[in-house]
Write a protein that binds this ligand. Structure first.
Ligand code: NG6
Ligand code: CA
Length: 484
């Protein structure tokens, strides 16, 4: 008995209870829309673990990704810099693109390291790897390590892009030197079947751009040869990355940690594990959402069982709005009336709210108000500056140039310090929208539309003709903020 209590006492004292240094887990889903979760009104799919996050924290109704596609959103999340400012991080990167963040650029994870945190990224990277054309046959650098992650287990680009292998701490996981990996986005390489030539081998029906090499019965964007033993099985991706994320938490029970857990769900190809088939009433998408909710549940369960839940900030959000079909025709079948972006106008690739207004849940049971719904204007690009403020870190010159320290709104249910926000379509030189207060200015042809999103969330009433002065004022302000 004495031995047991001494042992328990020891374990308890090893838990990180320091409220000035909470653990941080940022879970970024891929292509989850404003209408995809039951806590945001979905009825054809249930997301009990995400609903639990909402019940134990704050649910944001006016939260935004930096862009309407993946790479630029992630670039801004890591750097606190608007992604339209620099070419490499502005567009959708291929699986052979170099790292888009300079090794000497200040980043969110580097700041966390400087505060004594252990850092890891698990899941979708999509920020480029190496210099020049990525070589997957040797140690790949620069990459997550140079961006500030002590540990990494990543999908290099997207689930629908080659190479279909995980990269763990700079090396292809399960790499076999006798079967080298080659990647091309220009032309077919090797003699493996492709979606174009062998549609009879496919388990999903590709739409444009997805006719390259067939891996696991799915034709991808781009071509690859080699790395056969290292190739992922799509149906196991959620299990593989969730177990890596859980492993990292387990190793760091007594030490503050920062985990960036970038889910692959629900990006194309949507191929959830068999145990989620038929879990929802809205087809493949819904079943994939059930899988995503399971991943979040595993994280929460792990925290709970280790006594870490209370002092861990868990954030859940999405890298861009949803689109009902983005690679394979099967995605749209059986949606059964499920509205991926809820009432919002537009979708991924659009500057209307459906492109970038996304779910965001933040739960830190030791501090955040429980079950609060917040309509504060918040953006993912402010996490770098806001957590720096929260931890008392010195940001330093040039760090998070576009970030606002908004820790009150994010972690304490307070009013937002963010008064304006630029929304980026994605792509260098691509269109921008501008939010100020309740108004948003959206480009249309050579002109602009103006909406009051507090009164008209669905963006049905264009106020531009009625409020020309407001339009010209906002056009001028956008030019100043964006430098364009
Ligand atoms: C687009 C792809 C789309 C998806 C997207 C990236 C085509 C026609 N479309 O170019 O399928 O892969 O890139 O999505 O190829 S994101 O969420 O990673 O930005
Ligand atoms: Ca995405």
């Amino acid at each position: 008995m004495l031995v047991l209590s001494v042992a328990l006492g020891l374990v308890t004292s090893q838990v990180n209870h320091d409220l000035s240094r909470p653990n941080i887990i940022f879970i970024l889903a891929d292509d989850i829309g404003y209408g995809d979760l039951s806590c945001y009104g979905a009825t054809k799919v249930k997301t009990p673990h995400l609903d639990e996050l909402a019940a134990t924290g704050v649910k944001f109704t006016d939260a935004h990704s930096a862009a309407t596609v993946c790479t630029p959103t992630r670039y801004a999340l890591m750097t606190g810099e608007y992604s339209f400012r620099r070419k490499p991080g502005a567009g959708i990167l291929s699986g052979e693109a170099p790292l888009s963040i300079h090794s000497d650029q200040p980043t969110w994870p580097k700041m966390m390291q400087s505060m004594g945190y252990r850092t890891a990224v698990v899941g979708k990277w999509h920020l480029g790897l190496g210099t020049g054309k990525t070589d997957y046959n040797s140690t790949i650098a620069p990459g997550p390590r140079e961006v500030g992650f002590d540990e990494s287990f990543i999908i290099p680009a997207t689930g629908d892009r080659v190479p279909c292998v995980f990269v763990e701490n700079g090396k292809v996981a399960g790499y076999d030197p006798s079967d080298p990996i080659q990647v091309s986005y220009q032309e077919k390489i090797g003699n493996e079947p492709t979606g174009k030539e062998n549609p009879e081998l496919l388990k999903l029906k590709p739409v444009q751009g997805h006719l390259g090499t067939i891996v696991n019965g799915v034709s991808r964007i781009g071509f690859m040869t080699g790395g056969k033993a290292a190739r992922w099985v799509d149906e196991d991706i959620a299990d593989r990355i969730t177990s890596k994320a859980v492993g990292f938490i387990r190793q760091n029970r007594s030490h503050p940690f920062f985990l960036y857990f970038a889910l692959h769900d629900v990006h194309a190809p949507q191929l959830p594990n068999k145990r989620f088939w038929g879990k929802s009433q809205c087809g493949l998408r819904g079943d994939t959402i059930s899988e995503l909710d399971w991943s979040v549940g595993e994280i929460l369960k792990t925290l709970e069982s280790m006594g870490l839940r209370k002092n861990t900030i868990v954030v859940f959000s999405s890298d861009n709005g949803a689109v009902d079909q983005d690679g394979y025709a099967d995605e749209r079948e059986n949606l059964n009336g499920h509205a991926v972006n809820g009432v919002l106008r537009g979708a991924k690739y659009s500057l209307y709210e459906g492109g970038h207004r996304v779910p965001m849940l933040i739960s830190w049971p030791a501090k955040t108000p429980k079950g609060r719904i917040s309509d504060a204007l918040v953006t993912q690009s402010d996490f770098f500056a806001s957590t720096a403020k929260l931890l008392g870190a010195n940001l330093g010159v040039g760090a998070s140039p576009d970030g606002v320290a908004n820790e009150g709104a994010l972690f304490d249910g307070a009013a937002s310090k963010r008064k304006n926000l630029v929304h980026h379509l994605g792509g260098f030189g691509s269109a921008l929208a501008y939010r100020e207060g309740n108004y948003v200015l959206v480009p249309k042809g050579k002109g602009w539309e103006l909406f009051d999103v507090a009164k008209d969330l669905e963006q049905k009433v264009d106020l531009a003709a009625k409020m020309p002065e407001k339009v010209s004022d906002m056009v001028k302000k956008l030019a100043v903020v964006s430098g364009r």
